[in-house]
Design a protein around this ligand. Structure first.
Ligand code: NAI
Length: 343
């Protein structure tokens, strides 16, 4: 990921133009929940991407103003706004990638699972529409609890006969971004070089940063492993508490989602060396049908789920992996059951 074209810190490239005014890309991206705390800065970052020719913004409220506002940036992507359920289909027509940050965020004291009651229904409804109106699109699910909303999306797509596991992703890029930032700071490493794979899921102790596999290779004491792992797992809560009721991570999440989107678009374009961690269907851990792993992104979405990171884990990581299995399994089962019960 060292050669990302936009959105990633490159301390040594201070002179480069970071906002592309024109681009040659021809991808169509739809953002569902575009007027929210994540949706707005994400829309701005996508409007800046040279890989995007059309940007469709959908939300149940406040889309008109954001569309007018963004459309004045003199970058290539053409922005169109869609609001209300009647316009959902139109927002999806022809989309190559559909990004879903719709739904309520946490407040202090809440777990991600506390959002299930509201967000499960939102994700179900939106993915049903994706199946009907953008059946070949990559789907990036941001809405929490990701550990359950991705299985929900998969079940909905299966019911619609539109499920292609290569094209469904839970966005866990923020866990990687945080791990990279915290490790670079703790070890005094150049930020742009640090790459820490984060596997498992996207809630509390299901978030498993593999510090033993961090690049560049760094030595961590047991205390550092414990401290960094805990900080990465609790980083979302750190933001929720700092915002004191005003929501959860939005700016860093928008940044992470833009990074994952760019990687996906480069994969669609046939770039041969695009890898990101994401929460996807896999057999890497046989008892967990969904698991965050490093994946290779290609012309059809996931080209390969790289399971090799799970070989040669440290003792600490191996124990943490065993410990997260029942929790992640329960969240997956909860999502599957939610859709199946409604049949
Ligand atoms: P927000 O409340 O600021 O924005 C959510 C937006 O979704 C609002 O504009 C709302 O109108 C819209 N919305 C609600 N129902 C909708 C529907 N049926 N169709 C279309 N739009 C709808 O929330 P924020 O901060 O943007 O967070 C969004 C989600 O992202 C939350 O579930 C949050 O937990 C999750 N999140 C995920 C992260 C991850 O790493 N995957 C990190 C941070 C947040």
């Amino acid at each position: 990921s060292a050669n990302l074209k936009w959105g990633v810190p490159r301390p040594r490239a201070a002179k480069r133009v970071i906002v592309a005014q024109t681009g040659t890309g021809s991808h169509k991206v739809a953002i569902l929940g575009a007027a929210g705390g994540i949706g707005q800065p994400l829309s701005l970052l996508v409007k800046m991407s040279p890989l995007v020719s059309a940007l469709h913004l959908y939300d149940i409220a406040n889309v008109k103003g954001i569309t007018a506002d963004l459309s004045h940036c003199n970058t290539s992507a053409q922005v169109a706004g869609f609001t209300g359920k009647d316009e959902l289909a139109g927002s999806l027509a022809g989309a190559d990638v559909v990004v879903i940050p719709a739904g309520v965020p946490r407040k202090p004291g809440m777990t991600r699972d506390d959002l299930f009651g509201i967000n499960a229904g939102i994700v179900k409804e939106l993915v049903e529409a994706v199946a009907d109106h953008a059946p070949g699109a990559l789907i990036h699910v941001i809405s929490n609890p990701v550990n359950s909303t991705v299985p929900i999306a998969a079940e909905v797509l299966k019911q619609k006969g539109a499920y292609d596991p290569r094209k469904l992703f839970g966005v866990t890029t923020l866990d990687v971004v945080r791990a990279n930032a915290f490790v670079a700071a703790r070890k005094g490493l150049p930020l742009a070089d640090v790459d820490v794979p984060v596997v498992g899921g996207h809630a509390r102790s299901t978030i498993l940063p593999l510090l033993s596999k961090a690049r560049p290779k760094a030595a961590f004491t047991d205390e550092e492993v414990e401290e960094l792992t805990t900080r990465i797992q609790n980083a979302g809560t750190e933001v929720v508490e700092a915002k004191a009721g005003a929501g959860s991570a939005t700016l860093s999440m928008a940044y992470a989602a833009a990074r994952f989107l760019e990687a996906s678009l480069r994969g669609l374009d046939g770039d041969d060396d695009v890898y990101e961690c994401a929460y996807v269907q896999s057999q890497v851990v046989p008892e967990l049908p969904f698991f965050a792993s490093r994946v290779k992104l290609g012309r059809e979405g996931i080209e390969e789920v790289v399971g090799s990171e799970l070989r040669g884990l440290s003792e600490y990581e191996a124990r943490a992996l065993e410990a997260l299995k029942p929790q992640l399994k329960a969240s997956i089962d909860k999502g599957v059951a939610y859709v199946q019960q409604q049949q």
